[in-house]
Write a protein that binds this ligand. Structure first.
Ligand code: PHE
Length: 355
């Protein structure tokens, strides 16, 4: 028995890993293990012999079991030590430099415009980009046969075969938000509505998707003079100058009467676009006094209320302010362009922040 004890304790001590240890256990204490077989022999002994051999064999079994358990823990500890040696991490190391994204100039300019008009008491309204022809056209005094529908290069959606309702459109301007806001809130109202608009057009100053901000102010006594003042204040605040040359051109929109388009003095010399100098003019907005039929379509009594509306091209004024000569670059998603013209997330526009 002493021989068995010595042999197996030695093998336990020498086991290099958990597999080897398991083999030792099977050889000693498994069903056919050497010690298990010895225990089976107890039955053949005389009671006197058994009284001596029984406890001794049990003690041997216990001793080997505890040696196995202790060795198992030791092997696990050693394996963990080994892993810790290779997998440690220095959390005090500085992080790897990581490029941060930038705010797109269109988003930045939208925030700037919003901040300026918010300061003048306008709140922000929104409408859907897929619009019914009622909101995009009819309610704005553009009936079915009106040439303005064709002029706007409208994108129409498909109807199912046999569905004869007029198709929805990708809104061609933000003006439908005038109707939606008046319907929802009635008069008086003072809102701006920034958002995406769509027209099938593509060149240096036109892309099929672009951005406008609509303005609408309706009250008892709002006049064209208020419109002019508002727009001049806006343009001065937006470009951060005391004076800008604006050109109010008599124009025509079905939803305003009278109507005016506003151009801003600029120069394209040397491929850069500069505002406030040169002999060129860039159209940046359409405006006018809201047509009585539009108020009526929106459920507002034109005998009691009047006011102005305007639609500014956000992309246009972004090009002017930041000297970006080609509108198409805005939507190419060229990372180099975005990093160059993009804004830090911390550059939050506010009227008095100077951005
Ligand atoms: N909706 C017009 C356009 O997209 C702009 C506009 C808005 C004109 C409001 C007058 C009043 O061209």
């Amino acid at each position: 028995m002493d021989g068995l004890r010595e042999k197996y304790l030695e093998q336990v001590a020498g086991a290099a890993d958990e597999n080897a240890l398991e083999q030792v256990r099977v050889a000693a204490l498994g069903k056919k293990g050497e010690i298990s077989l010895q225990m089976r022999e107890l039955g053949k002994m005389t009671p006197e012999e058994r009284q001596v051999a029984g406890p001794a064999l049990n003690a041997l079994k216990d001793e080997i079991n505890s040696a196995l358990a202790a060795k198992k823990v030791a092997l696990e500890d050693a394996a963990l030590d080994e892993r810790l040696k290779t997998e440690w991490l220095d959390v005090t190391l500085p992080t790897r430099a990581r490029r941060e994204g930038t705010i797109h100039p269109i988003s930045q300019v939208t925030e700037e415009v919003t901040a300026i008009f918010a300061d003048m008491g306008f709140s922000v309204a929104e409408g859907p980009q897929i619009e019914s022809d009622w909101y995009n056209f009819d309610a704005l005094n553009i009936p079915g046969h009106h040439p303005a529908r064709a002029e706007m290069d409208t994108f129409y959606t498909h109807r199912k075969e046999g569905d004869n309702r007029p198709p929805h459109v990708l809104r061609t301007h933000t003006s439908p938000v005038q109707i939606r806001s008046l319907e929802a809130n009635g008069a008086p109202i003072r809102i701006i509505a920034p958002g995406r608009v769509y027209r099938a057009d593509y060149d240096q100053t036109h892309t099929p998707m672009f951005h406008q901000v609509e303005g609408l102010a309706i009250d008892k006594d709002i006049s064209m003079a208020n419109l002019k003042w508002c727009l001049e204040e806006f343009v001065k605040a937006f470009f951060g100058v005391d004076h800008v040359d604006l050109r109010f051109r008599a124009s025509h929109f079905p939803f305003t009467e009278p109507s005016a388009e506003v151009d801003i003095r600029c120069s394209w010399a040397g491929g850069t676009l500069k505002v406030g100098e040169g002999d060129d003019w860039l159209e940046i907005l359409g405006s006018g006094m809201v047509h009585p039929k539009v108020l009526q379509a929106a459920g507002v009594d034109p005998a009691a209320w009047q006011g102005f509306a305007f639609g500014v091209g956000i992309d246009r004024i972004a090009m002017l302010k930041y000297g970006i000569p080609d509108l198409r670059a805005f939507f190419d998603s060229d990372l180099r362009w975005l990093r160059h013209y993009g804004f830090s997330a911390l550059q939050v526009p506010a009227v008095h922040s100077g951005v």
